[in-house]
Design a protein around this ligand. Structure first.
Ligand code: AHM
Ligand code: MG
Length: 336
């Protein structure tokens, strides 16, 4: 490749598709639509401070939290883009109580279901701090041509065909996996294209960053408290104390740790016995990426992706990142 050659996401998707004999291109088509929606949301995120799009939209989502205007925008745009591509029979979003079935001929014939957290880290919108979109794609289990049903969504994470996130940060990135490693694409705003910038991302097996909301310390399980103490102790051999970094946007916290090595923790607490994060919209897609990059993701006891979901908005304790760090905290948790 010469110095000026770039691989755009579109080209990358097309090249991958051409390696699959008999491919009709439906899946590639869907990924193109994800990228289009991402660019539209990115445009709004970038100008959020200039127009009246910050702040509450006046609705509350199914978790009882205030929805921001940008949440609504991102949700609507992703739903429209995914509906428009005609490859998906139904979509489930963190912002909607039930899944949305695309009840037309195209929708009924769609082979895939799409799950998303359209704008994660929403408490950071107002303050110009990184936020993200998280998505996950499964093959439907109900017959093509019929109405989608809940069982299409309640599949374990191991059944994911693809997962990824868009990070609206100091630059905008789309990072995704289809089960053959993880690749990252950075948006070049001057040409409006995501360009391959992080090929085959591998996360370090050990890291020096721990990311957790320590404000909740008193409510953490004993094993988590002990692990935090371990991170803070001085030990030259293991380069401790580790660094504490917490943005409060899962995508941004995970992305940093993915590249640098580290652990992200959102544990169960006394008042939230299942933690905060959602299995289907947040943890499964991030777990798929973590594992594909050589990392690990667990609920403290078992692999996140092997959990059988029982409801759309199910929450789960979440421990993810460098595999040796996650393995260590799992040991600490079982000690108590
Ligand atoms: P959201 O989907 O309502 O934005 O909530 C999810 C976010 C994650 O991005 C982040 O890791 C976590 O909530 C932060 O929660 P807390 O403020 O409790 O630390
Ligand atoms: Mg979220």
């Amino acid at each position: 490749m010469t110095k000026f050659e770039v691989t755009t996401l579109s080209e990358y998707i097309l090249n991958k598709q051409m390696t699959i004999p008999q491919s009709r291109g439906g899946f590639s088509h869907l990924l193109h639509h994800v990228s289009t929606a991402a660019r539209m949301v990115n445009r709004e995120v970038n100008k959020a401070g200039l127009v009246d799009i910050l702040g509450e939209a006046g609705n509350t989502n199914v978790q009882g939290e205030d929805q921001k205007k940008l949440d609504v925008f991102a949700n609507d745009h992703f739903i429209d883009a995914i509906r428009g591509c005609g490859e998906v029979c139904a979509i489930a979003s963190e912002e909607n109580e039930s899944f949305i079935f695309f009840d037309d001929e195209k929708g009924r014939n769609g082979k895939y279901v799409f799950l998303m957290d359209p704008l994660d880290g929403s408490s950071n919108i107002d303050v110009n701090v990184s936020i993200g979109t998280i998505f996950s794609i499964y093959r439907r289990v109900t017959p093509v041509g019929e109405k989608a049903s809940m069982e299409d969504f309640l599949q374990p994470g191991t059944a994911q065909l693809a997962a990824g996130y868009i990070l609206y940060g100091s630059s905008t990135m789309l990072v995704y996996t289809t089960g053959n490693g993880v690749n990252g694409f950075t948006l070049d705003p001057s040409i409006g294209e995501f360009c391959l910038s992080h090929r085959h991302i591998q996360t370090p097996e050990d890291g020096r960053i721990y990311s957790i909301n320590e404000g909740n310390y008193k409510k953490f399980p004993k094993g988590v408290k002990k692990y935090i103490k371990y991170c803070q102790e001085r030990d030259d051999a293991t380069q401790r104390p580790y660094t504490s970094r917490y943005i409060g946007s899962l995508v941004a916290d995970f992305h940093r740790n993915l590249l640098k090595g580290g652990i992200f923790i959102y544990p169960e607490t006394e008042t939230a016995p299942l933690g905060k994060l959602r299995l289907l919209y947040e943890c499964n897609p991030i777990a798929f990426l973590a594992e594909q990059a050589g990392g690990r993701a667990s609920n403290g006891e078992k692999r996140i992706m092997e959990i059988q979901p029982t409801s759309l908005h199910q929450r789960v304790p979440f421990y993810t990142g460098s595999k040796n760090m996650v393995a260590m905290i799992e040991d600490y948790l079982t000690d108590f």
